[in-house]
Design a protein around this ligand. Structure first.
Ligand code: 5AD
Ligand code: SF4
Length: 441
């Protein structure tokens, strides 16, 4: 019987990508994946530390592991035990706490050490950098490709620079080569990826010096990926507004494979709060960039990240965010209640907005977002869109269109031809704020 591993993945796309790398290492030493935590010989957790609630969830898991370990002791052969590994974004102080709850707590860059830790005899390929490990892709048509790791920005509320270290950009040539392999329909890795996500904490500060001393910045990298022949979509996340340049707007407008969707986190619609957050742009500067972008890419769909209840945020300052939301008319938004993170600059400030008030602010913004997204979507009824099919449901298929809108695609008589990972043209028949219904044409 092969040993089985279970992945518990929390957090962002980078963590998903990292878990896929850890899975590849485990498969190389003969482990097989299980979707049932209770039958696993190894449970690997990639954790997120962005908010305290994410950390608390791991404490909950540790309690569960204790029960699983005790139960499995009865049935496993003598000397064999369920083992647990914690990796992903783990704060230094949490590492000290979690060493008691896990068998191993590993830095993500050290996942190539897993075989050695587990006492595996199989020799695995020697990869110098953890990003050189070929992931075991979960999704058969959409691939996450990290282009950089780390962050140099130290926004006052954020733990990422502490857990992921400083920015390191991957060589452009390596990225292009990896994507060429991924989109190849005969590739053993994926059956021809249709969607490539370029990942980084701040992709806009990507920078790689070529052998001839030419510097490749993010807009140039987009052009290089765009010129790879093939039928695939390019998306990227995440972007910092301070580095969102005219060159990037131009690249988005001219690269036909770069799809018209952008997540540009503003975090707050108030200049004083933005200064306290150490974001280094103003609301006016952000709005001007959006104006330019909309001029160059008129059908761009926009999303943002917001933190409500940052220390000292008054009702008036919050109302500036509401005003901004109404002005920009986002299509999607990721709204978080501020969570104090030890070690960050904001941890020195009093977390003085009550949980109730944070919840209220979150709801107010969600309501505005629902209205603006619905208004945008209503205009789409009767129009045609291209959908990348993601998942079969009972009587429809779920997918995302070029604008990253969630689409329920209902079949017509040719329904049997629809497959996961296929582009289909569909006509939008009805809409809600965050989901569109369409029929295949
Ligand atoms: N509290 C709440 N939200 C946070 N984010 C980052 N740090 C915190 C925090 N301490 C949010 C930001 C960021 C997203 C990934 O998570 O909005 O853009
Ligand atoms: Fe965190 Fe993003 Fe700021 Fe970096 S740019 S510190 S990842 S919020």
């Amino acid at each position: 019987m092969p040993m089985k591993y279970y992945l518990a993945v929390y957090g962002c796309q980078m963590n998903i990508s990292d878990a896929e790398r850890a899975a590849a290492v485990l498969e190389q030493i003969g482990y097989k994946k299980t979707l049932n935590m209770n039958e696993a010989d190894l449970i690997l957790v990639t954790m997120c530390s962005i908010r305290q609630s994410a950390v608390d969830r791991i404490h909950g898991l540790v309690d569960k592991f204790e029960i699983i370990k005790k139960e499995r002791e009865q049935t496993l052969p003598a000397g064999r035990q369920v083992q647990t590994i914690l990796t992903g974004c783990v704060l230094k102080r949490d590492k000290k706490i979690f060493v008691d709850g896990f068998d191993y707590v590993l830095d993500i860059k050290d996942i190539k050490r897993i075989p050695q830790l587990l006492g595996a005899k199989t020799k695995i390929k020697n990869q110098t950098d953890y990003l050189d490990i070929t992931p075991k892709y979960e999704n058969k048509f959409s691939a996450n490709v990290p282009i950089m790791t780390g962050c140099n920005n130290f926004c006052a509320y954020c733990v990422v620079p502490y857990v992921r270290g400083r920015e390191i950009s991957r060589p452009a040539k390596e990225i292009v080569l990896e994507i060429k392999k991924l989109i190849n329909p005969t590739s053993p890795r994926l059956r021809g990826a249709k969607e490539i996500w370029l990942l980084g904490q701040n992709v806009n500060s990507y920078s790689n010096v070529l052998k001839n001393n030419r510097i490749v910045k993010f807009p140039k990298l987009l052009e290089m990926v765009n010129s790879i022949p093939g039928n695939f979509w390019i998306r990227f996340t995440s972007s910092h507004p301070k580095d969102f340049s005219d060159e990037l707007i131009n690249a988005m407008a001219t690269c036909e494979k770069v799809k018209p969707y952008l997540n540009l986190p503003i975090q707050s619609g108030d200049d004083k709060i933005l200064r306290a957050m150490k974001r280094f742009y103003t609301v006016e500067g952000y709005k001007n960039k959006i104006k330019k972008l909309r001029k160059s890419v008129p059908d761009i769909a926009l999303s943002t990240d917001i933190i409500v209840g940052f220390p000292g945020e008054t009702k008036t300052q919050f109302n500036n965010t509401v005003k901004l939301f109404k002005e920009i008319e986002y299509d999607l938004g990721y709204i978080s209640k501020y969570s104090q993170r030890a070690g960050t600059a904001a941890a020195k400030l009093k977390d003085d907005v009550s949980t109730e008030e944070k919840k209220r602010r979150e709801k107010v913004l969600t309501d505005v977002l629902k209205q603006t997204a619905l208004e945008h979507n209503k205009k789409l009824v009767g129009t045609t869109t291209t959908v990348l099919i993601n998942e079969p449901k009972n009587d429809f298929w779920l997918g995302k269109d070029e604008h990253y809108r969630t689409i329920k695609v209902y079949p017509n008589k040719t329904a049997s031809q629809i497959k996961i990972g296929q582009f289909v043209k569909a006509k939008i028949t009805s809409v809600t704020p965050f989901t569109l219904t369409a029929e295949v044409i």
